[in-house]
Design a protein around this ligand. Sequence first.
Ligand code: NAD
Length: 499
Amino acid sequence: MSTPTRITHLIGSTPWDGTAERTSPVFNPATGEQTGVLDLASAATVDEVVRGAHAAWQQWGSISLTKRTQVLFAFRELLNARKEEIAALITAEHGKVLSDALGEVTRGLEVVEFACGIPHLLKGGFSENVSTKVDVYSIRQSLGVTAIISPFNFPAMVPMWFVPIAIACGNAVVIKPSEKDPSAVNAVAALWAEAGLPEGVMNVVHGDKEAVDALLTHPLVKSVSFVGSTPIARYVYETGTANGKRVQALGGAKNHMLVLPDADLDLAADAAVNAGFGSAGERCMAISALVAVEPIADELVSKITDRMGKLKTGDGTRDSDMGPLVTKVHRDKVASYLDAGTEAGATLVVDGRVAEFDADGEGFFLAPTLFDNVTPEMSIYTDEIFGPVLSVVRASSYDEGLALINANPYGNGTAIFTNDGGAARRFQNEVEVGMVGINVPIPVPMSYYSFGGWKNSLFGDTHAHGMEGVHFFTRGKVVTSRWLDPSHGGLNLGFPQND
Ligand code: NAD
């Protein structure tokens, strides 16, 4: 067993040279081996990093759009060239298979490409002669230091939902990645420096609640973008806004796939397996509840079961379809739902504990699991399990299925599978969920649209990336201007009116 590598904060591109009061272990989930030891930032370290970021913003915020865009294009090229290296880091600490890790870097790259168009995205409006010889125009300016707090499940993509746009808009960034898989963010931060971003504009602090609280209360932090579980998202939103910050806090999910009787059941079964078990179900857009509208449930469950028998679970660097869960604690928690579901009366069709795993050591594995006859009061239905556990709920009609989805406290993603265009149109209109797929099981919007759920899946008004991201990371200002001439003279204490 090799000695765990020290992983520390990055102040600009410079590794922090202090001694951490507290550290946290980082594991390779496929082997169970501890590979890293992560410095956890104190409030004093966060303060030091935020002050450095604020000083850097004072230059970066007023640098020309041309120069900002040059950095973004250089960063795009570097990230594209190094995406395999970043993917390998993700697999080593998160556990997802390499192709999936590469996929998340590619989706992050799309946001960088969107941010490369920042000169166009920041164009304001101009109205000539709104009153006699008076013009009005709008501009958008950077906020200052923006904090980003990200979850373990997409260690590269979720940070890239925010960082490129925040930087393109002229802000400085302090990011606190998940303590479970911190290395990808450090590697990407190094690429920003290599791309020519001035020192101190992009910074990484590692840590836990202490670091998060320090960011949420720091007077120089102007905005917080958070992604994680719903209880923490709610806390971050409430604490951040109480401290005067602009906050977007994306929370947990329970995503439903509604399959109507007219759907192509082979394609629906493929989609359910891909969306239920990809990344071991550790995706905020994973399908965890499949609502089968009768009479198709028996046939659909049988097709899903057949496909599950072909999946290989193992080390993500090998020829596996699905990797391990991120930690032993999380694996054990997910596995405990298999007992809970059985005790509550659901039918355990495929038991993920009974499987062989292609890996060495003591990895945190659980193979794909399928429950049938799940009902809405069972904990396997109400809780966000965040693992490879798919629950089939049987419904008697479209209306019953829709009511189930709309009654759920989460509203991140959902999908309908049908060949009936009218039913699909009804669904997109009636479902109370932020991202909807029609025969698309994981409807993650492209970078030029915005990503975000409804209800307990997002606190705040603004979704991630797209134009909503540009608005989040800038403040609007409207200027009314005239160049004085004699027609503007005279005394008038009345409220200004246009003429
Ligand atoms: P998490 O809530 O445990 O952690 C998220 C971040 O919050 C991490 O950086 C973590 O260090 C920090 N944190 C943890 N405990 C904290 C505390 N008590 N106070 C302050 N900060 C704290 O989430 P996770 O387990 O890393 O990620 C999985 C969750 O994220 C799932 O619920 C998933 O649905 C959600 N998620 C949502 C989206 C979305 O777009 N809505 C996207 C990805 C993940």
